[in-house]
Design a protein around this ligand. Structure first.
Ligand SMILES: Cc1cc2nc3c(=O)[nH]c(=O)nc-3n(C[C@H](O)[C@H](O)[C@H](O)COP(=O)(O)OP(=O)(O)OC[C@H]3O[C@@H](n4cnc5c(N)ncnc54)[C@H](O)[C@@H]3O)c2cc1C
Ligand code: SF4
Length: 571
């Protein structure tokens, strides 16, 4: 009987365990299995197989029961996720419903989640920009957070590495605060976007309107063919899951790649409850997992653990991993676990009209979404009354109107000859928020979920710096729009709660000093180095760029380090 027990432990023992199969967990799975490690990926949600589990991907508009809109009863039952622009009839099956996974809002916070194999990599808008040294040096320069333990040079080769595999479209624009990468051809700007780009270039020294950089295969290279992914067809139905693998997701790319290696075991419907810590060995030894349906408890073991549950869930999991050595949560000697959470501020927009180019319209669709305006405030010197800055999206489109009255030939003619209104332009701000100790998550002392995990309690808010930054965005963009000859300029304050930007970061931040940070420069917990955190929880500050490409690069780099370190221990 004893032998049977040993055999059972053996089947539950791996070379590496990855918690979460989303954007960053998928990369950990790929990297470990590429290096020949027997790897277990544990995912709390259901399995979503590429193509097979994209139920709406090939539906025509008229095949949707509600013309693409979310029925009112579902909207009412889900006031939080219903605020997300992507929560529509064709993609709503990828969103965590409000009632199914409750959390506590000490302050309003819209937590948007995707619990499934692939996580939020199925739902994202695929904007991918590298961070620059202005971001990594920022905290040291203006003192708004602790110093990053790495610089751009540490990550640059890893950005190149993940970009080549994932496939990123973009131009080499030569902008210091937005490093160029390994680009596939960019999706072109339309005539008004291009006009604005030229106007801004002519009128400002350090402001740029460029083609958005995006994780789409504008061209299929051999490495993408090997993944079974084809060139993007510009359908712009990406939120449904793309049958061509035209955009990067864990489901189309890293997870099947890891599976083909023969080294991956994927356990979906398995909620990781906590990480096991062995005091005698002075290291983490495995994980405790609750079956999502039967609630049966199983333990799995490995010498290397990667936590990629998505920023706030990673905080929750570490806080819930208590032991005699770590009574406040794994690695939490300094009491800072869960603190210094930060995010992006997407609450300001500005729109206008342009009377030019009346003879032109758009042809085809741009899956990259148009233009991108990199941060231009406080880059080379502090020039405003707020810290850091903002980037912005920029897009132009033409109003299309059709007279849908009538029948037969007249009706067809009116559909084929829509009335074109003036060009409409719009920008949305992507502001960097300052990580603060008072922005935190913690375990709710009273309430647990049905898997026995304490509910996550979130206390995150904007501050005076965000208000000043927003004001500056309105002023600067009004000036730029006016100079470009745009009219009917309107500023919009969405007044949305934090969280809706879906770029939550921090709580397990990196740093040099174990007194002020949780992770070292290789993403290892200072106090428990065989546990690595490489999702958004590890971020020391937030930059103005979208974050996921940086999670991917940090993950690939950290796996490389973990495998080398394991080899050194064996040697
Ligand atoms: C509508 C939308 C648009 C976005 N647009 C962009 C964009 O343009 N650019 C960009 O950079 N980012 C964008 N994002 C954000 C991006 O999707 C996330 O930054 C990214 O997916 C985070 O990767 P992750 O691995 O940390 O988490 P996720 O991708 O969320 O994966 C985490 C996984 O862990 C699982 N998990 C959680 N807890 C447990 C547990 N206890 N046990 C087991 N498994 C667990 C979850 O089910 C999930 O599958 C967008 C997101 C959304 C929803
Ligand atoms: S635009 Fe490209 S990635 Fe999006 S659904 Fe179409 S083919 Fe797929």
């Amino acid at each position: 009987m004893a032998n049977l027990n040993i055999d059972s432990i053996k089947t539950r023992t791996f070379d590496a365990i990855v918690i979460g199969s989303g954007m960053s967990g998928g990369w950990a799975a790929k990297e470990f299995t590429d290096k020949g490690l027997k790897t277990l990926v544990v995912e709390r949600g259901r399995d979503v197989k590429h193509i097979k589990d994209y139920p709406t991907t090939n539906l025509y508009p008229w095949e949707f029961a509600h013309n693409g809109e979310v029925p009112q009863d579902i909207q009412k039952a889900n006031p939080i996720i219903n605020r997300c622009y992507a929560f529509k009839e064709d993609a709503m099956h990828f969103f965590v419903k409000d009632a199914e996974h409750p959390y506590v809002q000490e302050k309003p916070f819209d937590w948007i989640r995707g619990y499934q194999v692939g996580g939020k990599s199925l739902m994202w808008a695929r904007q991918t920009q590298r961070w620059s040294n202005f971001d990594f040096e920022g905290p040291a320069r203006d003192g708004f957070a602790v110093d990053w333990p790495i610089r751009y040079q540490d990550l640059a080769p890893w950005y190149s590495y993940v970009e080549k595999f994932a496939g990123i479209s973009g131009h080499a624009d030569g902008i210091p605060q937005l490093p160029d990468g390994e680009f596939l051809p960019a999706f072109p700007l339309n005539c008004v976007e291009d006009y604005f780009s030229k106007q801004i270039k002519g009128k400002y020294a350090n402001r740029h309107v460029i083609s958005a950089r995006c994780a789409h295969l504008s061209e299929q290279k051999a490495i993408h063919a090997q993944q079974g992914r084809g060139q993007c067809q510009n359908r712009t139905l990406c939120q449904r899951g793309c049958p061509f693998g035209g955009y990067f997701s864990s489901n189309s790319s890293t997870i099947p790649w890891a599976m083909r290696s023969g080294h991956l075991t994927l356990r979906s419907d398995s909620v990781v409850h906590s990480i096991l810590y062995d005091e005698q060995q002075g290291r983490a030894t495995g994980i405790r997992v609750i079956d999502a349906h039967t609630k049966a408890v199983t333990e799995y073991y490995a010498p290397i653990l990667f936590v990629n549950a998505g920023a706030l869930n990673t905080n929750l999991l570490l806080l819930n991993s208590t032991s005699r050595r770590f009574p406040q949560g794994l690695g939490n000697d300094n009491g800072l676990l869960g603190k210094f959470v930060a995010f992006h501020n997407y609450s300001a927009r500005i729109s206008a009209e342009y009377e030019g180019f009346q003879d032109l319209t758009t042809d085809g669709r741009n899956p990259a979404g148009g233009g991108y305006i990199p941060r231009f405030r406080n880059v080379f010197k502090q020039e405003t009354n707020f810290l850091r800055g903002y980037a912005a999206g920029f897009g132009a489109s033409r109003y299309f109107g059709s007279d849908s009255d009538g029948l037969g030939v007249d009706f067809k003619k009116s559909l084929e000859n829509p009335t074109l209104g003036p060009w409409q332009v719009g920008s949305h701000m992507m502001g960097e928020t300052i990580p603060k100790e008072t922005n935190y998550v913690r375990l709710d002392p009273k309430h647990k979920d049905e898997w026995g995990m304490p509910l996550l309690s979130v206390s995150v808010d904007y501050d005076d710096n965000d208000a000043k930054m927003k004001q500056d965005f309105y002023e600067q963009f009004t000036e730029m729009y006016t100079k470009a000859g745009f009219t009917n300029i309107k500023t919009i304050n969405s007044k949305q709660a934090p969280g809706l930007d879906i770029h939550e970061m921090g709580g397990v931040r990196m740093g040099h000093d174990p007194k002020t940070s949780l992770l070292n420069k290789w993403n290892q917990l200072h106090a428990c180095p065989n546990v690595y955190v490489t999702d958004g929880a590890c971020m020391t500050s937030t930059s103005t760029q979208n974050p996921s490409l940086t999670y991917m690069a940090l993950t690939a780099r950290a796996v490389d380090h973990a495998v080398q370190a394991a080899k050194r221990r064996d040697a």
